[in-house]
Write a protein that binds this ligand. Structure first.
Ligand SMILES: O=C(O)CCC(=O)C(=O)O
Length: 258
């Protein structure tokens, strides 16, 4: 089996897979440095959520073209298409630094909050490019293997995040972690003295209503124009500047009962 076929089989069985060293480590580390500058730029403040420990900068497809090389990497796309179909798309890419002193992120599944019971087919394949080395001490993403088969939209409240169910997925800069959205996961706390930076790229099937993720940024028309064909073929959503233009309006509150 090829490395990608192995990765697909692993993701199918355990809910995640690791593709080590897909990009040169120095390339990834230099991209990580740029991510830090983008987080510090006041022009991007309206695209950032989180706090001083763990920030998410949305809209990376518009902010740094290296994002495209990650999002359209043939191994990543092969895995995403295997689970979501040939027409799946890249909907968002974000930079996620975990600062020294950060506590564990809350354990969660992705884009599952609107399901009463999650479907038994994948509704999203998520991914994390390690732009710095990921270690158990500096905030590596941790997963609960097999939890994608639970059909739960959120982890059981009593699951001990410091117990044996959580596996820290470690790798050198340039490696790629991919997971089924139903796999319970979190960024571990950062007990080291260096920042951990990941580039998160989210793949969705076209039937999914991406309005549910309320920070996602659309691909700008001028970004789309500059993209190579392979990246354009993965960005088939509306090319606009604001979320209001990209996604349908939030639903109205249900009418009062009699
Ligand atoms: O930053 C991480 O390691 C985890 C990211 C995450 O939980 C997510 O993108 O849903």
């Amino acid at each position: 089996m090829s490395a990608v076929e192995d990765a697909i089989a692993h993701l199918d069985q355990y809910g995640y897979c690791l593709l080590p060293e897909l990009m040169p480590a120095e390339w990834a580390r230099s991209f990580a440095e740029r991510c830090q500058e983008l987080h510090a730029d006041p022009q991007n403040a309206n695209k950032i959520s989180g706090d001083e420990h763990y920030e998410t900068l949305f809209g990376m497809l518009n902010l740094d073209d290296r994002t495209w090389a990650c999002a359209s990497h043939p191994s990543a796309v092969t895995v995403a298409r295997h689970f979501l179909g040939p027409k799946c798309r890249v909907v968002e890419a974000c930079s996620k630094p975990t600062q020294p002193g950060a506590p564990h992120q809350a354990l969660h599944a992705d884009s599952a909050g609107n399901f009463v019971r999650v479907p038994d087919i994948p509704w999203m394949i998520n991914s994390m490019w390690m732009l710095t080395d990921f270690t158990a001490d500096n905030g590596a993403t941790a997963v609960v293997p097999g939890s994608h088969r639970s059909r739960l939209s959120a982890p059981p409240a009593d699951l001990d995040v410091d117990g044996p169910h959580l596996h820290a997925i470690c790798g050198t800069a340039g490696s790629l972690l991919m997971w089924h959205a139903g796999t319970f996961h979190m960024a571990r706390g950062n007990r080291s003295d260096t920042v951990r930076i990941g580039l998160n790229v989210a793949y969705y099937p076209r039937w999914f209503n991406n309005w549910v993720e309320n920070h996602h940024q659309p691909v700008w028309p001028e970004t789309f124009e500059r993209m190579p064909r392979v990246m354009q073929s993965l960005c088939t959503g509306r090319r606009v500047h604001t979320r209001a233009e990209a996604y349908e309006a939030p639903p109205m509150a249900p009418p009062e009962g009699p």
